[in-house]
Design a protein around this ligand. Structure first.
Ligand SMILES: [Zn+2]
Length: 195
């Protein structure tokens, strides 16, 4: 099945009034991209496993400056979905959304939002409409992490044989259970990569 693109990038700009910060386009460095083994926050070491998604952390202003996302940045859902799992990760929580409307064989599409603080009103089993706010970016400084606040965004076809209560970053790296997708292939909106 051909997947429709998501306007998550545009919704992030609108929900967080990034125009007021002179938003021009999203910017990534190689360590933020899908399948990279580089770390964008530490050039002296590599990721233990290839990156399962995209790290959304910064944008370019119309003046060409790099601006970083702030803690409390509001994170909208990329598609209509159901909250399948909310799980602690090393910077905050990861929210796994299942999208029943996108099915391939025995697999459903999931989008995953890592390093966020889910709103108190969000619970596993809740139905979420596209654009509704799931939570806000975790404040990494409060965890004494040198990593700037960022949204880790993954898209994946996950087998319905995987119990949702077992969804975590370990299962996301099980190639039998999970087929990862490059999020940049489906995100609408301009971006650049800085090497
Ligand atoms: Zn990431």
């Amino acid at each position: 099945m051909l997947l429709p693109s998501t306007d998550l990038f545009l919704r992030l700009v609108a929900e967080n009034e990034l125009e007021k910060r002179r938003f021009h386009q999203w910017v990534f460095n190689p360590g933020m991209l899908f399948r990279t083994v580089e770390k964008w926050w530490d050039e002296s070491s590599a990721r233990g496993i290839p990156h399962e998604g995209l790290d959304v952390a910064a944008f370019l202003t119309r003046g060409g400056q790099v601006e970083w996302l702030l803690p409390q940045t509001r994170i909208p859902a990329a598609y209509n979905g159901t909250i399948a799992r909310i799980q602690k990760d090393f910077l905050g929580f990861s929210c796994f959304l299942r999208h029943d409307q996108f099915q391939r064989g025995d697999r459903f599409l999931y989008s995953v939002y890592g390093h966020i603080e889910p709103l108190a009103s969000r619970h596993e089993g809740d139905t979420i409409a596209v654009g509704e706010i799931l939570g806000t970016l975790a404040d990494t400084a409060r965890r004494n992490s040198p990593i700037r606040p960022h949204l880790h965004f993954s898209l994946a076809w996950i087998s319905s044989a995987v119990p949702e209560q077992t969804l975590n970053w370990e299962t996301m790296n099980d190639p039998d259970a999970v087929i990862l997708i490059d999020p940049l292939a489906l995100l609408t909106g301009a971006f650049s990569v800085m090497y």
